[in-house]
Design a protein around this ligand. Sequence first.
Ligand SMILES: [Zn+2]
Length: 87
Amino acid sequence: MIIWGLRTVMVQLGVAWLVCPNCRNHCAQVYREHQRKFTLFFIPLFTTSRTTVRQCSMCGASYRVGPDELRWAAAQAVGTAYPPRVG
Ligand SMILES: [Zn+2]
């Protein structure tokens, strides 16, 4: 019997201080990459898809973002402790 499946792994890319589109507060926005992994016998073998998500630390609202916004957020966060990593 072969046991296979999919698992989502979240990788934190960084934090930028921006205005949240939902709650309108200027607060930390956490950028994460959700990596969908194919597993065989519970061992992740390769990534099948990647999605970048921005989550507000104040209200918890999350949004899917593209590479352009990630680059923009990284540029806004230059000089901060943990700017989002691009690419
Ligand atoms: Zn918010």
